[in-house]
Design a protein. Structure first.
Length: 457
């Protein structure tokens, strides 16, 4: 079903005055900004908005104009009433829930009040009035086309002047999202790669966007704040909001969103409801990459690998100009290929949470078969609240080439102190301990780490 966007203000016409703006965030919602022209009269008056898509978050709807907004409410339309009101002269079959009675005919009138009543004309031209519709199941073979799953919004406003003027409308919708697809082709001879990326946009919001300004945001951004002091009253389906209107969008300027702002389309953008669209993002050639073996382990007792450590072939992608990139890469899926003189081999697809400028992303490719690792934990001492542990990591190389190894150990290091380490280590945040070393061909290496932490009682 295709939804339309209509605005009603008594008998006045409303026109879109400017190009609408669409900002899509990467966790399934978007903010729509529209400017409309309305012919307003003097004094306090009602302003109705109808036929917004069902995905609109009601308390995100914001109205700004040259004047005051005194109150705001919305009515949840009954789909039952909507269908029957728009089904006059349609064939209907009515089944009584507590008997075998069945009734055929055409709907000639419907009264959607507190006690809905339905008038049906039977094939013999007799008239039947059904007053207690809760006792009946009603079947209509052909549903009306102008029935929408939406709400009706009512603003009480007071403009500073009468006549044609701009009214700014902002609201949040769900069921619209985007992600990114990245293609990394690695040249095995030169250890360089080419990257191409595109955006994939999915619109199931119930609204068509034509000739809009598009902006895509990724990162942990708070959702827009709507009306304050929201009071929901389910009386007759009406939900009312406090007249204390403090309407704010996301309290973040574009400058403050450094590293989050990804893409703003320079040309007008269109995407219809239930449509999927791709947009080319950026590409780069001659990207310097580093191939390493990554070993993943943990200081968490419940995540202990039980002795064996798995090692993976990893490509390190450093997001700097020096390495051939230097622009923000949004979260998405990396499709990685290996190219040599003979053919191009697909290595796999890897999810990435996004690579900000000057950061490094390890892209895990496959299991390393020539390197084996083992972990041993030995409790040396326990006194009071302190727990002393020694971790021993042993790595063996059965290959004929030297390998660069990165040992990544996860754990909560806020309450853990490294007493000693046989190798140089680096703490990355509060959850990761990183140790880099080189493993010669047909050799063995042992890393010993001693820790002190509070015991868990």
């Amino acid at each position: 079903m295709k939804y339309s966007f209509l605005l009603f203000l008594c008998a006045c016409n409303l026109l879109i005055a400017q190009t609408p703006k669409l900002t899509i965030y990467n966790d399934g919602f978007a903010v729509v900004e529209e400017t409309i022209q309305a012919n307003l009269k003097n004094g306090r008056q009602e302003f109705f908005i109808d036929n917004l898509p069902e995905s609109v978050i009601p308390n995100s709807l914001m109205l700004n104009l040259n004047g005051k907004v005194h109150s705001y409410s919305f009515l949840r339309k009954s789909l039952f009433n909507e269908i029957l009101s728009n089904s006059i002269n349609k064939d209907v079959t009515v089944y009584h829930k507590f008997s075998n009675e069945k009734l055929y005919g055409k709907i000639i009138s419907f009264f959607p009040n507190d006690n809905p009543r339905l008038i049906i004309k039977k094939p013999d031209n007799s008239i039947v009035l059904l007053s207690n519709l809760l006792e009946y199941d009603i079947e209509i073979k052909e549903l009306p086309e102008n029935v929408y799953l939406n709400n009706k919004y009512n603003f009480e406003l007071e403009p500073n002047k009468s006549g044609q003027q701009n009214v700014n409308l902002t609201y949040q919708i769900n069921d619209i999202s985007w992600d990114a697809q990245h293609f990394l082709i690695i040249n095995d001879q030169t250890n360089t790669a080419t990257l191409s990326s595109n955006f994939q946009i999915y619109n199931n919001s119930g609204k068509d966007f034509k000739n809009s300004k598009l902006k895509l945001i990724y990162g942990d951004v708070p959702r827009p704040i709507g009306l304050n002091n929201i009071v929901a009253e389910q009386n007759l389906g009406i939900v009312r909001f406090s007249p204390e209107l403090k309407m704010n969008t996301v309290n973040t300027t574009e400058e403050e969103m450094s590293g989050l702002f990804i893409y703003e389309l320079q040309e007008d953008f269109s995407i219809l409801n239930q449509q999927f669209k791709k947009i080319a993002y950026k590409s780069a050639d001659n990207i310097k990459i580093q191939k390493k073996k990554y070993a993943f382990s943990s200081f968490e007792p419940w995540q202990n690998t039980g002795g064996n450590i798995f090692i993976f072939n990893v490509v390190e992608l450093r997001n700097t100009r020096e390495y051939g990139l230097g622009f923000a890469i949004p979260k998405g899926i990396f499709s990685i290929y290996s190219a040599n003189k003979d053919n191009i081999e697909f290595l796999g697809e890897i999810n990435t949470s996004g690579i900000d400028i000057n950061n490094t992303e390890p892209l895990r490719l496959s299991r390393a078969f020539n390197i084996s690792g083992r972990e041993e934990i030995e409790n040396l001492e326990f006194s009071g609240t302190d727990q002393i542990r020694t971790y021993k990591y042993t790595f063996s190389n059965n290959g004929n080439t030297s390998e660069d190894i990165v040992l990544m150990i996860s754990g909560d290091f806020t309450n853990t102190k490294i007493l000693s380490s046989s190798h140089k280590y680096k703490l990355e945040g509060k959850r990761t301990l990183k140790i880099e070393f080189k493993l010669d061909k047909n050799s063995e290496e042992q890393i010993v780490i001693k820790t002190q932490s509070k015991a868990i009682r």
